[in-house]
Design a protein around this ligand. Structure first.
Ligand SMILES: [Zn+2]
Length: 395
């Protein structure tokens, strides 16, 4: 397969491409932002056109004098985002502007291992391409539900991903699609999705708390993901909230994730159903093999007291950890996302009340804590944002 390595040749071209990612611009506007003279700008724009990364698209409205030419990204540019979850795969194809052109979503157990799961993801990408959505692919971003060494493009000892430790995900996907690839954990790509298309668009410093099967935190500092020295920043699911708590998948006890998150809620829901505390969940269990976090959400919405208590206790523990993070980081926004965020406003209310009570007024005075509005697309959009940041750079 032909390997496409079309990249900007210098930082001016990279800056122009990132501007054009947000939409068509006139040459005059581009010149104002990248601070190049008209002649130097023309040279760089002409190179981007010659490289097939941008094209002329008509004339702008007059600002007085000669009308400025419009420039846009090449409409042939395509990025692919792949969001591997614990129990599903989501895929999206976007244009260079990261507008979603097509998506696919399938249930898939990440414990099947990297070969089977990535094969499945590649089939999903192939199906979208067969619909004519992407003749070429210029970059692919991948999110996985575990710790990732971003530099090496590999998961490292991921607790819920047996068989994936050190598997070369970035290399495998890059080879398969013949384009640059980057791999990050699912929480970071969700945070990038919020930064690009969600509630954090105007916010440079924020936290995204993902409550899915596990719990994690995306940290955005000055518009960039903060990954820490080895890539494990934000792994808040394993902050200990009680010395004598339940055992966690990581081998410790009393981790936040061992108390709350999709897996813990399913466990507690089963106990409540079997122990007779929840008539609603007990009735549901009669027709199913097991219970999930979604069942707890429905039970709570229906007013089942045991389910409401589970959601409140979970929210309180997340709130305690988050209060510490807020005191430490002083974010401008906190977004709660992930499947368990579907528990909605009961959960949010509990988290808010603990954080507002426990953190200092200076940190919380202007701190919105909100539920994500992107739903399932945050991850795939964030994955394309991740790879487009790389392709539109000279790194
Ligand atoms: Zn743990």
């Amino acid at each position: 397969m032909k390997r496409l390595t079309v990249r900007p040749e210098n930082r001016h071209q990279a800056a122009l491409l990132r501007l054009l990612r947000d939409g068509e611009r006139s040459r005059a506007e581009l010149g104002d932002v990248v601070r190049l003279s008209r002649s130097k700008l023309a040279v760089e724009v002409d190179r981007l056109v010659a490289l097939g990364l941008a094209e002329q698209s008509g004339l702008a409205a007059s600002r007085g004098g000669r009308r400025s030419g419009l420039v846009r990204l090449s409409p042939r540019l395509r990025f692919v985002g792949i969001d591997v979850g614990a129990t599903s795969i989501d895929v999206a194809v976007t244009g260079g502007d990261l507008e979603v052109l097509g998506t696919a979503s399938e249930p898939c157990d990440v414990r099947q291992g990297p070969a089977a799961v990535l094969d499945r993801a590649m089939e999903m990408v192939a199906k979208l391409r067969a619909q004519g959505l992407a003749e070429e692919v210029h970059g692919v971003g991948v999110g996985v539900p575990g710790p990732v060494s971003f530099r090496d493009g590999v998961p490292v000892a991921p607790p819920i991903m047996p068989g994936w430790d050190r598997f070369p995900v970035r290399e495998a996907v890059s080879q398969e699609l013949g384009c640059p690839a980057l791999v990050d954990n699912d929480v970071n790509i969700m945070a990038l999705g919020e930064l690009h298309a969600g509630l954090a668009r105007q916010v440079a410093d924020f936290l995204l708390i993902k409550i899915g099967t596990g719990v994690g935190c995306g940290i955005v500092v000055d518009g960039n993901i903060y990954r820490g020295v080895s890539g494990s920043a934000g792994d808040i699911g394993h902050i200990r909230v009680d010395d004598f708590g339940p055992a966690c998948a990581c081998g410790n006890t009393g981790c936040l994730e061992a108390y709350f998150g999709g897996a813990a809620l399913a466990r507690d829901a089963l106990a409540a159903a079997r122990g007779g505390q929840s008539p609603y969940l007990a009735e549901r269990l009669e027709t199913r093999e097991t219970l999930t976090a979604a069942d707890v959400g429905e039970a709570a919405a229906a007013g089942d007291a045991a389910a409401v208590r589970l959601v409140r206790e979970g929210g309180r523990r997340v709130g305690l950890v988050l209060a510490g993070l807020v005191s430490f980081f002083n974010p401008g926004l906190v977004i709660i996302a992930g499947g368990v965020a579907g528990l909605g406003h009961t959960l949010l209310a509990e988290i808010r009340s603990v954080v507002y009570r426990r953190s200092l007024p200076l940190a919380t005075g202007n701190l919105p804590i909100v539920l994500s509005e992107l739903g399932g697309t945050a991850g795939v959009v964030g994955a394309t944002r991740l790879i487009s940041d790389h392709v539109f750079s000279v790194d």
